[in-house]
Design a protein around this ligand. Structure first.
Ligand code: SF4
Ligand code: SF4
Length: 421
């Protein structure tokens, strides 16, 4: 038995006027020219499910599994259809009918447990550094023992030697006159694969005049779960995140991961059916800020030293389409003397990373990545700058494989490097 449709999803369905203006901006529609793989088609399928005219079928499951969850359709929609509600609820239903074992293992067995994630990251780091990984690939051992893992191996990130907790104190003070106090979310992937970027983010906040508190008991924010049809776990993790950041007074909850920010900004809807948490969720959500958003709101301007590099900016979907963040990181980067920001064609088009999409559907993710790489090649940039861990990993993987002389960085790292000591 499925839970009743939420008022948010019902509203999203009701608002769609079937105009089709979202179609040209939908990567899966452009890829296939099939209505079933378009936002309009998916919204209609969801409606038919709700009216009981259709049962969850392999075709419906495939349609929603193929969707990147990039929300480019939301940006394009003149009627303001919040498609994300449809996607999240459809996936929740589909997952109950056709459970995906890999997805379940990642979402329920790994991400909610920071200890397990760190233990796995430590093991992978050791396997990588010892040369075991290269050896297992070269000899074909990995392919014969675990073909599924062999397929994912090239995308495996290089992990940080030390995780965020070793680099960041629980409470840090501003490096100049104080302007207040903020909380900082370490994130799951950011913690184990981009600990240095987390350090850079805290440095920027301190230089902007803020005390930074990174609560000890913080956990995964639930974004991957919410986007992938595990609403119940997402709700549990949202409650834990709110609780973790409630223990001390702060002005804002800062994240440097677009996916986490986009999700935490919707906690109110996620917990709207829970009378004990709805109000707390609304209050929490109102304080969530992307790092770039916060720094620009505070008019942070360094000072920065010159960085003579030709760079371009790739918009993470969960920045530009889910939060409307596009101007903020560019404006901050624009304050670095000599950093040339070149235009990137289709900068707001998904790179194929899409949370765990590239692990679940590597062939499809490859096609979207190829399209992005072609534009990066043409841009003439030496650096690609972006604001989401998934995009960085996906772009680095594609660029390495294509042999391009291009580096990919988080905007927080670039801003930090440019800071005058
Ligand atoms: S989602 Fe928006 S743009 Fe797409 S068909 Fe519906 S109303 Fe039109
Ligand atoms: S989220 Fe992205 S892939 Fe999915 S329907 Fe919307 S535009 Fe298409």
């Amino acid at each position: 038995m499925y839970p009743p449709i939420s008022s948010a999803a019902e509203e999203a369905f009701r608002r769609c006027i079937r105009c089709g203006m979202c179609l040209p901006s939908c990567p899966t529609y452009v890829d296939t020219q099939a209505e079933v793989h378009s936002p309009r088609g998916r919204i209609q399928l969801f409606g038919a499910l709700e009216r009981g005219e259709l049962e969850v079928s392999p075709l419906i499951a495939e349609s929603f599994a193929y969707c990147l969850g990039c929300y480019a359709c939301q940006t394009a929609c003149p009627a303001g259809v919040p498609y994300r509600h449809i996607l999240e609820e459809a996936r929740d239903r589909i997952e109950k009918r056709y459970p995906n074992r890999l997805k379940r293992l990642l979402l329920r067995g790994l991400f909610p447990y920071p200890g397990r994630l760190r233990a796995l990251a430590r093991l992978l780091y050791w396997i990588d550094r010892s040369g075991l990984r290269r050896w297992a690939v070269r000899t074909g051992l990995l392919r014969s023992l675990a073909p599924g893992l062999a397929r994912l191996e090239p995308q495996m990130p290089s992990l940080s030697r030390r995780f965020s907790r070793r680099l960041i104190e629980i409470r840090e003070t501003p490096s100049g006159p104080s302007r207040g106090r903020v909380g900082f979310l370490l994130g799951c992937v950011m913690d184990v694969a981009f600990a240095e970027t987390n350090r850079a983010s805290v440095d920027l906040l301190r230089r902007a005049g803020f005390s930074v508190w990174t609560p000890e008991r913080q956990t995964c924010c639930g974004a991957l779960h919410g986007h992938n049809g595990d609403r119940q776990t997402a709700q549990r993790l949202a409650r834990r995140t709110i609780e973790a950041f409630s223990a001390e007074p702060i002005q804002a909850v800062i994240t440097n991961a677009a996916g986490c920010g986009a999700f935490m900004k919707h906690y109110a809807e996620l917990l709207s059916d829970d009378p004990r948490w709805a109000e707390r969720a609304r209050e929490f959500q109102s304080r969530v800020r992307d790092l770039s958003q916060w720094l620009l709101e505070c008019d942070f301007s360094g000072p920065f030293r010159p960085l003579p590099v030709r760079a371009t900016y790739h918009d993470a979907c969960h920045h530009v389409h889910a939060q409307g963040i596009a101007h903020q990181p560019r404006a901050l980067l624009g304050r670095i003397p000599d950093l040339q920001l070149l235009p990137l064609e289709e900068a707001t088009w998904c790179c194929g990373s899409a949370g765990i999409y590239s692990a679940l559907r590597p062939e499809d993710a490859e096609r979207f990545l190829e399209r992005k790489l072609a534009h990066i090649r043409r841009s003439g940039a030496q650096w690609v700058i972006t604001g989401n861990p998934g995009c960085i990993l996906q772009l680095r993987y594609g660029i390495r494989r294509a042999g391009l002389a291009v580096e990919v960085y988080h905007y927080a790292d670039v801003l930090r490097w440019a800071l005058v000591p």
